[in-house]
Every structure is written in C-alpha cells, then in structure tokens.
Design a protein around this ligand. Structure first.
Ligand SMILES: Nc1nc2c(ncn2[C@@H]2O[C@H](COP(=O)(O)OP(=O)(O)O)[C@@H](O)[C@H]2O)c(=O)[nH]1
Ligand SMILES: Nc1ncnc2c1ncn2[C@@H]1O[C@H](COP(=O)(O)OP(=O)(O)O)[C@@H](O)[C@H]1O
Length: 211
C-alpha cells in the first residue's frame, strides 16, 4: 500500500504522467494521437512498441513500431526487456522498458497505444498513467472505418471486429478508464482529448520553458 503510494509520488516528481490510449482497432487512436502530436510540438513522445505483424505501407520501422520476429520478441521478453506484452489478432505486441524510458528521459508525456490486455498489465506496473479509452460511435461505423482504411484482410478484419465487441463491453467497467471518448466527430474527440490532458500539457510546457 505505502510502497505503491511512494512510487506514485516518486514517479510524479520524475516527470509528466504517461497516457494510455486504448480502444478497439479502428476507433481512431492513431489518428487522434498523430493530430495531438502535430498540434503540440515537443510535449508528447510516442512509446514505440514492438510487434511481430507486418508493416503496412507507409509505416516506418522504429517510428510506428519496431517490427521484429517472434523469436526476437520472445528473447526480449525472457530477458525482462518488456513492461507488458500481449497476443492480438495472431500477432505479438509489447511495450519495452526502453520505449517508455526514451520518452521520459526527454521529459515528454509518454503516449502508449495498447490493447485491453496491455491496460490490465500496466495497471499492475508502476507507471501511474492517465487511462483513456477511445471508442467508435457504433460497431457499424467501426466496420466501415476499418474497411475504408484498407489495411486488413477479411480474416484480420473479422478478428478485429470480434475483439472490438469484447473491448466495447469491457471498457464500460467502472474504474478501468479515467475517461471514455467516443470518436464520432474527429474535431470533438480531439477537443475532449486535449481537455483531459490540459493539466499535464501545461506542466510540460512550463518545465521545458524554464529549462
Ligand atoms: N498490449 C499491447 N498492445 C499493443 C501494443 N502496441 C499496439 N497494441 C495494440 O494492438 C492492437 C493492434 O494494433 P495494430 O496492428 O497497429 O492495428 P490498429 O490498431 O488497427 O491500427 C491495437 O489495439 C493496439 O492498441 C503494445 O505494445 N502492447
Ligand atoms: N472521427 C473520425 N471520422 C471518420 N473517420 C475517422 C475518424 N477517426 C478516424 N477515422 C478513420 O478511421 C480509420 C481508423 O482510424 P485509426 O486511427 O487507424 O484507428 P486505430 O489507431 O484506433 O486502429 C482510419 O482510416 C481513420 O482515417
């Protein structure tokens, strides 16, 4: 109990609180976080996850993800390099300690884009983030957006839709997320996200201006 309290106090002293963005595949997490990072220069840093899935056209290794083999990922996990990891839609994903440390060393707000299993694991870690769930307006809209994105095969799409139904149910659980944002109008969702993060954004701006 006290250990947890002190570690939270220490992590608060160490820098801004990280932010966990979670929610179904296709809900708009990447779109929202890219818009946020574009608007606020030198405030946010993305925690670059590892994954065993193939890169999509336009994705850059080391920027969007560290694209690795299952063997490399398993070795990293065995070596204790990861804060959390999960299997999603037939691929492995994970947040390395280095991914978060790299951002925190720059005194930036670290953004983690992770699935529900990741959220549960991070809750057991000492990161003390702000938990935000990004939800689509409906399953129908989600399916349209995922199809329009044209990144998934029919099989992968069905797996994502199945996971989305589960995700949308779990995200209603009391106390799991600090805020749930429904991404209907992008501008409105972006405004809500900024409002939730305002305090942390101001803290970073203030410290980085005076350093
Ligand atoms: N647990 C965990 N989930 C991750 C991580 N990185 C990405 N994810 C999640 O994996 C899921 C699939 O991500 P991705 O393949 O990029 O597809 P997209 O969400 O449809 O763009 C999403 O729910 C992400 O939030 C990670 O490091 N850990
Ligand atoms: N508010 C919105 N209205 C319409 N389309 C959106 C909106 N937000 C995101 N999209 C589109 O929906 C698709 C899924 O968004 P994306 O950011 O890739 O989701 P996620 O990162 O959660 O998987 C993308 O093609 C994106 O351009």
């Amino acid at each position: 109990m006290y250990m947890r309290y002190f570690s939270r106090v220490l992590s608060a002293m160490a820098g801004p609180r990280p932010v966990v963005l979670s929610g179904p595949s296709g809900a708009g997490k990447s779109t929202l976080l890219k818009k946020l990072m574009k608007e606020y220069d030198s405030v946010f840093g993305f925690s670059v996850s590892h994954t065993t899935r193939n890169p999509r056209p336009g994705e850059v290794n080391g920027k969007d993800y560290h694209f690795v083999t299952r063997e490399a990922m398993q070795t990293g996990i065995e070596n204790g390099d990861f804060i959390e990891h999960a299997e999603f839609s037939g691929n492995m994903y994970g947040t390395s300690k280095a991914a978060v440390q790299d951002v925190q060393a720059k005194n930036l707000i670290c953004i983690l884009d992770i699935d529900m299993q990741g959220v549960r694991s991070i809750k057991r870690a000492d990161l003390n983030p702000i938990y935000i769930s990004i939800q689509p307006p409906s399953m129908e809209v989600l399916e349209h957006r995922l199809r329009d994105r044209k990144t998934e095969s029919e099989e992968s799409l069905q797996k994502r839709l199945h996971a989305a139904r589960v995700d949308m149910e779990i995200s209603k659980e009391q106390g799991l997320f600090d805020t749930v944002i429904v991404n209907d109008s992008l501008e409105e969702a972006h405004g809500q996200l900024k409002a939730v993060l305002l305090e942390e954004i101001q803290k970073v701006k203030k410290t980085n201006m005076s350093s």
